[in-house]
Design a protein around this ligand. Sequence first.
Ligand code: PLP
Ligand code: SF4
Length: 337
Amino acid sequence: MTEILTPSHVSLKASLPKRAWQESLKNAIRSGRELCRRLDLAPELCAPEAEDDFPVFVSEEFLSRISPGNPSDPLLRQVLGTSQELSTEGLLDPVDDEAAVRGNGILQKYSGRVLLITTGACAIHCRYCFRRHYPYQSSQLGKTAIQTWLNYIAKDPTIEEVILSGGDPLSVVDETWQEFAAGLNQIPHVQRLRVHTRFPVVIPSRVDSKLLDWLTNLKAAVYLVLHINHAQEMDRSVREMFATLRRAGITLLNQAVLLRGVNDTLQMQADLCRMLINDQVIPYYLHQLDPVRGAMHFQVEDEKARSIIQELRTQLPGYAIPQLVQEVAKQPSKTPL
Ligand SMILES: *Cc1c(COP(=O)(O)O)cnc(C)c1O
Ligand code: SF4
């Protein structure tokens, strides 16, 4: 049956069909129990207590890349809340973001770059996230936020680069970004826009014509920093999405987090980096885990991290080797290990 009549009191906007990526968000899996059921795993594997302050959230697209029946799957480990998270080891704000807040989600720690916490919403909940305890309520995006950011950026000629972060900035609809992009185009000192996002990988349909519209209309050079931790996250739909972004002239970088039981072997890092460069995605950073409470079981020793990178150099070209870094509070850059 087709419904073609729209009641007059329903606004046109509300009656617009949801875009594919918004449907994917709506249909995402929201509990460890459901995740275990879908993957033929024992329900005892999940710990509902771990989900109290940070719920499970996984798209069907990401789920389809997880092997059923394997409790050690490297993708599963990134998203399933387990009893290991109940440890009280670790910090709530490990990178001291609070100290760098300039109001309205504006963070400025490093010279020439301003980072905007644009939203708390994400396409996926990563159990190791260093912002899992971040007070997002105090930085919600609205029209006023956009204007505040543009004013802040316009007033400081040393800001060459604007970084959209979050949460995931691509949780925000393109109409809002279109407006922001138009504002940025009026500020001559902004040379680069960087978008840090997991959306394209977790829900590849996020890369659609509306997104490409505002990205390609920017005067600034556009860098998209993806976040892929394991080669298994890249299926055919992800690789097609890379090609679409490349054709639009967008430079693709990747950052990963070194995670015990997920990607902490030479083989896994080599597979990840090789697959990335085969698709012209440059491995940018490999982050040592920020010591956030609830994620300490993912920590890898510095010695092991360094030796993986050293070995990697003997296998792959120089541009395939990510910089191994740690974020140290109050430092003027990420700290190489
Ligand atoms: C990580 C980070 C950046 C970006 O650092 P790069 O080394 O340029 O990638 C910028 N601002 C803040 C607040 C950050 O945490
Ligand atoms: S997508 Fe990024 S901000 Fe969101 S939960 Fe994962 S690591 Fe954290």
